[in-house]
Design a protein around this ligand. Structure first.
Ligand code: NDP
Length: 335
């Protein structure tokens, strides 16, 4: 079995030196355990934080550890009563081709209605992040305007489509003209904008004539600075991620815009509320699986997967995601 481990902590963008590949003999499962072949590995922005030592909501990875990550795999051998050879399961096995896991640490997937890989995207952690953050914090009302960036990714594309299902207008922001076009043509957004366009600020202004009621924050940086000027009285800002900053090694250049934003929070009575999706799992995960599972099966929520072949290509694909090279939920097809 092959693993990819953290070789050294990256400064700025992860490089080839950040990771190393090792091989070990295939382990035997003990009583209560299963041996898995990993089929798909999920690459997610939060992993960048775990490669660093800086304080975060989760423990950092130790140098030498197998890089963590959500995975979908097939049971090759089982010594757990509820799991059988050939079952497809969700696990948190990380960047490796095989893993031995306790049976209680894996979830058997029902692949009847939707493919197993969706358990890593639209019907997994990112989809749940969108569902819980938008509905519990954003609370879009019919006729309101919802804006989200990284909108072709698994979180953003679900945010826009759920907003539409709730009767709101959805404005998506993504990098480059192709992604911007796919937002309306494929994902059903009302407007798709390219944050790299020279006239992005003007395009945004005309896309939100009635202002913005919900800004689902995935990126921060210049996009936030443009969007926040259109926030309406009592607008809600679920703060989900700040991917524009994840590789940053210094504070941004230019004037400090924080006092301006705080002034707006005050005078516009904004609700700016951060969250980690795990806080909503207990109360909302079952509803999510039922409701979102149905929306996806019925084609009311669409998703795009960007599948990279081969575990050895995970490091480059991961670095690419942090600068927007992915179009859709980034997965590695491991075997
Ligand atoms: P994506 O697949 O959307 O990948 C990240 C995207 O961010 C890139 O594709 C790129 O898209 C965009 N991006 C990168 N740099 C910039 C920039 N400088 N300005 C604007 N956009 C940029 O990732 P996910 O859908 O998995 O995650 C989206 C966000 O949600 C992330 O911030 C992530 O950390 C957060 N998250 C938070 C969770 C929580 O519990 N709070 C749980 C899961 C995710 P483009 O080409 O469009 O610019």
């Amino acid at each position: 079995s092959t693993q990819i481990r953290l070789r050294e902590r990256p400064v700025g963008e992860p490089t080839a030196d950040t990771f190393e590949t090792t091989t070990v003999d295939l382990p035997e499962p003990a009583d209560g355990e299963v041996l898995l072949q990993i089929d798909h590995l999920s690459l997610d922005p939060y992993m960048r934080g775990r490669l660093s030592e800086a304080e975060s909501y989760a423990e950092p990875l130790a140098v030498g550890d197998v890089v963590m990550g959500g995975t979908v795999g097939t049971v090759l051998a089982s010594r757990h009563p509820d799991l059988a050879e050939g079952d497809q399961v969700l696990s948190y096995s990380g960047w490796q081709t095989h893993a031995v896991e306790p049976g209680r640490a894996v979830r058997k997937l029902d692949t009847g209605a939707n493919p197993a890989s969706t358990a890593l995207g639209v019907l997994g952690m990112p989809g749940f992040t969108a569902y819980a953050g938008l509905l519990q914090i954003g609370r879009p009302q019919p006729g309101e305007t919802v804006v989200v960036a990284a909108a072709m990714g698994p979180v953003g594309s679900a945010v826009g489509q759920i907003a539409k299902l709730k009767g709101a207008r959805a404005v998506g922001i993504a990098g480059g003209p192709d992604k911007a076009r796919a937002l309306t043509e494929e994902m059903g957004f009302d407007v798709g904008l390219d944050h790299r366009a020279d006239d992005f600020r003007e395009q945004l202004a005309s896309a939100v004539p009635d202002g913005i009621d919900v800004y689902f924050e995935n990126v921060a940086g210049p996009v936030l600075d443009a969007v926040r000027r259109h926030l309406n009285l009592y607008a809600r800002v679920p703060v989900c991620g700040l991917v524009a900053n994840y590789n940053a090694t210094a504070a941004p250049e230019g004037p400090d815009t924080l006092p301006g934003f705080l002034g707006q929070i005050l005078t516009k009575s904004l609700t700016v509320r951060g969250f980690i999706q795990t806080e909503f799992v207990k109360d909302h995960y079952a509803d999510f699986l039922a409701e979102m599972g149905q929306w996806v099966a019925q084609g009311k929520v669409r998703y795009r997967e960007d599948v990279v072949e081969g575990l050895e290509n995970a490091p480059e694909a991961f670095a690419g995601m942090l600068r927007g090279a992915n179009t859709g939920k980034l997965l590695v097809k491991v075997s």
